[in-house]
Design a protein around this ligand. Structure first.
Ligand code: MG
Length: 385
C-alpha cells in the first residue's frame, strides 16, 4: 500500500460542492425513501435544505438514476443553490465518481440523500476539517457493544474505539481524485477509499439524530426527531332546518322532510370538520377561505370544499392524523348513514376510514336542536406539522 503525501493534495479554499448520493434502490424500504415525507417535506428536499444554509456550498450535484431526474428535480425545486443532476452508476462508487468528475470546487462533500436530519453545523465542521486535514468522516461513538463473528473467531472489539459512520464525508477534491485513481473495488462509503491508499480519514463528531432512512421504522424515528409535532383543532357549526331543501350531512343525502339552510349545500357536519382542520393549522375558518359573498360557492358541494382544505394543508406541509365529529340533531335518525359518511369524508381527506369518527346525538328535546329548529356539529381534528 502506498501512503500518499497529503500536503500535495490540500484544498486551497473551503469552497465546496455537495454530492448527494441518490442512487439507492430503497430495497429494504419497499418504496422510494428519498420521496418519503418527513415533517411534510420530501426526504431529498430536507437533505438539500441543510446544505443550502451553509455558505461554503456553491452547488449541489445529485447522482441519481436518469429515470428519477425529473421527479427529484421537482422535489427540490424550492432550493436556490444551483443544482446539477448526473447519472448514477452501477455501484455507489461509480455514482459518486460521476458526480466527482462534474465537481469543480476545492472541497467535495458527499452525503446520503436518505439522511434528511443533517444540520448546517455538522456540515460546516465537516468542511472545516476537510480543509485542515484533507478529509472528514462524520461519525458518532458506538453506544452498543458490537460483536464480531465470522463463524470461526468471535469477539467484541473495544467499544471506545468503535464508531458509527455517517455522512457527510468531505474531502479535498484533489485528494479524493488521487485516492480514487489508486483504489480498487467498490465501497459502502467514501472513507474506505482513503483506507485503500493508506490515508487515515479524519473523524468529525456527528449527531445521533443524523439517521439514515433504511427500514420503515426509521421514518417514524425521523418524523419524531424532525421537530414536527401534532396540532389539534376544533370546529363548530349550526344551520337552520327549513322545508324545501335537501338534507346533506357528511356528503350524504339523507331522506327527510326538511333540509339545512345555507349559502352552500349547508352540510353542517363537513363545515365543522373543515373548521377543525383549518383551526389545527391556525388558518382561520372556512368563512375566510370560501367567503359567502363569493357567488361561486353558492350551492357548493361541501365535500369538494373539504378537498380544497386538505389540499391547502398539504401544500403547507401538514398531514391529517384523525378527526372526530359529533352531530347534534333531534331527528332524523342518523346511524344508518354514518358508515357511508365516514367513507365519503375519509376519501376526501385521503386518510383511512378508521381515522374518521362520526357520532350522532340528540339534546333530549332541549334547545334549538331539541326543538328541530336546526342541526349543530362539533369537530376536533389532529394534524402533523
Ligand atoms: Mg356552515
Amino acid at each position: 500500500m502506498t501512503e500518499i503525501d497529503l500536503s500535495k493534495y490540500k484544498a486551497d479554499s473551503k469552497s465546496a460542492e455537495l454530492i448527494l448520493a441518490c442512487g439507492g434502490s430503497s430495497s429494504r424500504m419497499g418504496r422510494n425513501k428519498l420521496l418519503v415525507k418527513i415533517g411534510g417535506k420530501p426526504c431529498i428536499l430536507r437533505s438539500c435544505e441543510a446544505f443550502e444554509k451553509v455558505g461554503f456550498i456553491k452547488r449541489i450535484i445529485i447522482a441519481a438514476p436518469p429515470e428519477l431526474h425529473t421527479v427529484y428535480s421537482e422535489a427540490v425545486s424550492g432550493i436556490k443553490t444551483p443544482i446539477t443532476l448526473v447519472c448514477g452508476g452501477e455501484t455507489r462508487r461509480q455514482s459518486v465518481m460521476n458526480a466527482v468528475r462534474e465537481a469543480r470546487e476545492d472541497i467535495i462533500v458527499i452525503h446520503d440523500g436518505a439522511r434528511p436530519l443533517v444540520t448546517p453545523d455538522i456540515i460546516e465542521r465537516s468542511i472545516e476539517d476537510a480543509f485542515l486535514f484533507g478529509s472528514s468522516v462524520v461519525c458518532t461513538s458506538a453506544k452498543d457493544t458490537i460483536r464480531y463473528d465470522d463463524g470461526e473467531s468471535s469477539y467484541s472489539p473495544d467499544r471506545s474505539r468503535l464508531y458509527y459512520v455517517q455522512t457527510p464525508q468531505s474531502f479535498s477534491r484533489k485528494l479524493y481524485l488521487a485516492a480514487a485513481e489508486m483504489a480498487q473495488g467498490d465501497y459502502t462509503d467514501d472513507a474506505q477509499l482513503l483506507d485503500a491508499v493508506g490515508v487515515r480519514p479524519h473523524i468529525t463528531v456527528g449527531s445521533y439524530s443524523n439517521i439514515k432512512l433504511t427500514t420503515l421504522e426509521d421514518i417514524a424515528m425521523a418524523e419524531a426527531l424532525s421537530g414536527s409535532f401534532p396540532r389539534v383543532g376544533h370546529g363548530y357549526d349550526v344551520h337552520r332546518l327549513v322545508e324545501g331543501r335537501p338534507l346533506v350531512l357528511g356528503g350524504v343525502k339523507i331522506p327527510y322532510e326538511k333540509g339545512l339552510l345555507g349559502h352552500s349545500d349547508a352540510d353542517v357536519l363537513t363545515h365543522a370538520l373543515m373548521d377543525a382542520l383549518l383551526g389545527a393549522a391556525a388558518f382561520g375558518d372556512i368563512g375566510k377561505l370560501f367567503p359567502d359573498t363569493d357567488s361561486s360557492y353558492e350551492g357548493a358541494d361541501s365535500v369538494e370544499l373539504l378537498k380544497k382544505v386538505v389540499f391547502v394543508l398539504r401544500e403547507n406541509g401538514f398531514r391529517i392524523i384523525n378527526a372526530d365529529v359529533t352531530v347534534v340533531a333531534q331527528s332524523p335518525k342518523l346511524s344508518p348513514y354514518i358508515s357511508q359518511m365516514r367513507a365519503v369524508l375519509a376519501l376526501a381527506m385521503a386518510v383511512p376510514e378508521d381515522r374518521v369518527s362520526i357520532k350522532a346525538t340528540t339534546e333530549e328535546r332541549l334547545g334549538f336542536t331539541g326543538s328541530g329548529e336546526g342541526i349543530a356539529a362539533h369537530a376536533v381534528a389532529m394534524i402533523y406539522s
